[in-house]
Structures are given as structure tokens and as C-alpha cells.
Design a protein around this ligand. Structure first.
Ligand SMILES: Cc1cc2nc3c(=O)[nH]c(=O)nc-3n(C[C@H](O)[C@H](O)[C@H](O)COP(=O)(O)OP(=O)(O)OC[C@H]3O[C@@H](n4cnc5c(N)ncnc54)[C@H](O)[C@@H]3O)c2cc1C
Length: 393
């Protein structure tokens, strides 16, 4: 049973994330939007604080994006890593989602390692910052179409191919690379490999200029006969129909709710700022008040869907459908709310004097990466109709 009260033991995590958003992230948000591709060095201090808190076993970390709170709720209702991360992300995202996406050691590859890594892999790579490279020039939504290959040569995997739009692709110290063992064998042959940065044959080709989240680096990576130890495969090397692909895909059941949480936090930031600007200008007009109320209801609906998906993850319930549902809803709401707020307050909402215009740009990515709006709806439809990905595509 979901208890919608915020668990007492998670409150310090939320408070810490709120402080970080307000005092660290928000004040430098515009600076790193302008200084695209410059590493936000202020985050090093934050990362050191997170590491220190985690090593010392001190209560909450600053961001808590991947660490669990040891907080069991009433019998049959556990609040663990997913709920902690969702509640912290609601707050952190109010500071700046581009900066949240580039917090050291909080990459998508870290989530993959946590979901399917062996104890040995976790020991070796647990302290690294790990990106995840799936997308290729010819394969985005249809990740089963990737053409990067991996072949076993003695005790090493040899990886060749090109990956595009890799978040933290330059800054991370390792990358989880998706490659196929046999392009003719479809999704069952797709595996993920841990590739440390600096491995010969791996190259950062370029960084991309973007519409939003400019504080986050997005890289094109090339792999030419790049060799990693045999032990660096995530999951089993066997080509088992459906199963192996589904293994790494499980990562998204944990991370899509966090993208939803970023969307909720961002939308709330925009709503709060719009409220404040309108209040400063005088009594809020009736049509503006009605619009703000409508948007607030949408954000609340998205927030509840995120909490449900996170709660299911913590309680061992399959949540692929709910993870996609909350991401689809929350991202669409964030797109609508940030754009609406930049207009509701008048022309100043479209100018660089306010972060509202930046938030409108930033929000678009939430409806694209980790599966677009349309792909999330496909996953939801498959779940509701009991169809496989081959039957409904
Ligand atoms: C800033 C940024 C960061 C990113 N970070 C990463 C990362 O870290 N790692 C990574 O691997 N990738 C990353 N990506 C890539 C991202 O995941 C893909 O862009 C996304 O999955 C969509 O793929 P695509 O761009 O090739 O679009 P396409 O798959 O070509 O889709 C184009 C359009 O067609 C729609 N569409 C596609 N298939 C269907 C279908 N079956 N039914 C209905 N509509 C469909 C899509 O929804 C979309 O609107 C990032 C992208 C960006 C922009």
C-alpha cells in the first residue's frame, strides 16, 4: 500500500537536495548555460561532499541520486533507493537539470552497473563516473538496430562502431557501450560492455551544441578495434532470445522515474517563478490564475505517477509500464508548463533576464532521451494490451 506521506527518515535527504538546488545549482545555472562545454568545477566540491557523506555512513548525501536510504516503511511497503532518488530529484531539478545531469558519478552507466553488474564489476567500476552509449547514427528509438559490434578474441572483447549523443561522454571516466555479438541475431545478441576511458581505440570525436541542458556535455564517441577484458561484459555473453537484451533494459525501469522526477522539479520551478513574478506585478488576473491552477494539477498528476513507479521499484514489483507512463506524462507536462510560464508572465519570460526561457529550452530533452514520448506510449500500450515488442512496434 502506498503511503503518500513523505517518510520521516527521507526528509533530511529532501532538505539537503533543496539546499543544494537553491545554493549551489540555481546560482550557477545561467553561467554554464552560456559557457557550454565548460566543466562546472563547482560540482567537484559537491561530489566530494557526497562521497564523504557516503563513506562516513553519515545520513543523507547532498544529491542522493543513486544511494539508498535504509528506511523501511510499514510491513509490505519499503522506501529504498528509488523513492529516495525520486524525492531528492524533485528538489535538485528545481536548481538546474543540466547540472543534475552532469553530477560526477551519477551517470546512466552507473545505474546500469547498479542494476546488472557483478560484485567484481561493482568493486572495479563503482567509484567511476559512467556514461551509457546506445544511440548511433542509424539507431535511436529502435535500439535493436545498433551496428556497433563486439567479438571475442582470446581474453578480450573487441568493440568497433560509432556512438552519438552520449551524455557525459567526455567527462565520464568509463562508458557502458551497447554492441551486438551478431548483427543477424537481433536484440538477443545485443550486450553492454564496460569500457574505461583512455582504452586504446576509443576516441571522443566531438561535442554537440544543444538547445538546452548546455551544462551537460553530449559527445560523439568512436570505437576502433577497442579491446576490453572478457570480464567487462555486463550480464551473460550467451545469446538467449529476448532475455539478454531485457537485462540491460531493466536499467530504465529505475531511471525513467528519475527523468519524470526531473520533469516535475523543473515544472515546479517554472510555476513558482511565474507565481512570484505575477504577484510582484500586482493582483494575479483571473485567466492567469486559472491557467496556473490547471498547470499545477497537471504537475501533481505527474508527481503521483513518479511516486508510484519509484515505490514499485523499491518493493520489487515489475514497473516497466509505470516507469514509461510517468516519464511520458511528466515530460509532456514539463514541456507544456515551462513554455506556458514563459508566456504567462509577459515578454520578460522570453528574455534572458529570467531563467524561464532557459527552462523552456531545457525541458524538451526530458521528452526525448531514455525513450521519446512516442516510445514510452508504445511501452505503455504493449503493457496494457499484453503485446510483445514484435507484435506492437
Ligand atoms: C541531449 C541528448 C542526450 C542524450 N543522451 C544519450 C545518452 O546518454 N546515451 C544514448 O545512448 N543516447 C542518448 N541520447 C539519444 C536519445 O536517446 C535519442 O535521441 C532518442 O532515443 C531518440 O532517438 P533518435 O534521436 O534517433 O530519433 P528516432 O528514433 O529517429 O525518432 C524520431 C522521431 O520518430 C518517433 N518514432 C520513432 N520510432 C517510433 C515508433 N515506433 N512509433 C512512433 N514514433 C516513433 C520518435 O518518437 C521521434 O519523434 C541523447 C539525446 C540527446 C538529444
Amino acid at each position: 500500500v502506498i503511503n503518500l506521506e513523505v517518510p520521516r527518515k527521507l526528509k533530511p535527504f529532501i532538505e539537503r537536495a533543496r539546499m543544494v538546488a537553491e545554493h549551489v545549482l540555481r546560482p550557477i545555472a545561467r553561467k554554464y548555460d552560456t559557457l557550454e562545454h565548460t566543466y562546472p568545477k563547482e560540482l567537484d566540491l559537491l561530489a566530494a561532499m557526497i562521497d564523504g557523506a557516503n563513506r562516513g555512513g553519515a545520513a543523507p548525501s547532498a544529491s542522493s541520486l543513486t544511494k539508498a536510504a535504509k528506511d523501511d516503511g510499514p510491513a509490505g511497503s519499503r522506501n529504498g533507493a528509488s523513492m529516495t532518488a525520486a524525492l531528492s530529484t524533485f528538489e535538485a531539478a528545481r536548481g538546474d537539470i543540466g547540472l543534475v545531469l552532469t553530477l560526477p558519478r551519477q551517470g546512466l552507466g552507473n545505474a546500469a552497473l547498479a542494476a546488472v553488474g557483478t560484485p567484481e564489476q561493482k568493486k572495479e567500476f563503482g567509484d567511476r563516473w559512467i556514461a551509457m552509449a546506445i544511440t548511433e547514427p542509424g539507431a535511436g528509438s529502435d535500439s535493436a538496430a545498433i551496428r556497433t559490434t563486439a567479438r571475442l578474441d582470446g581474453d578480450e572483447w573487441v568493440i568497433s562502431g560509432e556512438k552519438i549523443f552520449v551524455t557525459c561522454g567526455e567527462r565520464a571516466s568509463a562508458v557502458v557501450v551497447w554492441a551486438t555479438l551478431d548483427p543477424a541475431a537481433g536484440r538477443a545478441a545485443i550486450k553492454a560492455f564496460l569500457v574505461p576511458k583512455g582504452t586504446p581505440g576509443m576516441k571522443v570525436v566531438r561535442l554537440d551544441h544543444k538547445l538546452g541542458i548546455r551544462a551537460s556535455d553530449t559527445a560523439t564517441l568512436a570505437f576502433e578495434e577497442c579491446r576490453v577484458p572478457k570480464a567487462n561484459i555486463l550480464g551473460s555473453p550467451a545469446i538467449e532470445t529476448q532475455k539478454s537484451f531485457a537485462g540491460v533494459m531493466k536499467t530504465f525501469d529505475n531511471t525513467r522515474p528519475l527523468v519524470g522526477a526531473m520533469a516535475v522539479g523543473l515544472a515546479n520551478a517554472a510555476l513558482e517563478r511565474a507565481h512570484a513574478i505575477l504577484r510582484e506585478a500586482g493582483p494575479i488576473g483571473e485567466h492567469q490564475a486559472l491557467e496556473l491552477e490547471r498547470l499545477e494539477a497537471e504537475v501533481e498528476a505527474a508527481r503521483l505517477l513518479v511516486l508510484k513507479a519509484a515505490w514499485m521499484a523499491d518493493n520489487g514489483k515489475p514497473n516497466s509500464l509505470e516507469a514509461s507512463m510517468c516519464k511520458a506524462k511528466a515530460a509532456r507536462v514539463a514541456n507544456e508548463v515551462t513554455l506556458a510560464c514563459s508566456a504567462l508572465v509577459g515578454p520578460r519570460g522570453y528574455a534572458e533576464v529570467e531563467l524561464l526561457e532557459k527552462w523552456a529550452r531545457d525541458s524538451k530533452i526530458l521528452d526525448i532521451f531514455e525513450g521519446t514520448q512516442q516510445i514510452q506510449l508504445l511501452v505503455v500500450a504493449r503493457g496494457l494490451l499484453g503485446k510483445t515488442s514484435a507484435e506492437l512496434r
